[in-house]
Design a protein. Structure first.
Length: 52
């Protein structure tokens, strides 16, 4: 899960986050996402929604 966490934290665009889905299952992504700190989750949400 370390590789997935690093990929999620390094993503800067929604396209990069979407590309991660190819390598990891949705369940794996949700486990890692929920383990992130609130600020990290907020950043990823903003990127996904196109406001980051």
């Amino acid at each position: 899960m370390t590789k997935l966490k690093q990929a999620m934290l390094e993503a800067a665009t929604a396209a990069e986050l979407a590309a991660i889905i190819i390598d990891f299952t949705h369940e794996e992504m949700m486990v890692v996402f929920h383990a992130l700190e609130w600020e990290q989750q907020h950043r990823i949400k903003a990127i996904w929604l196109g406001v980051g």
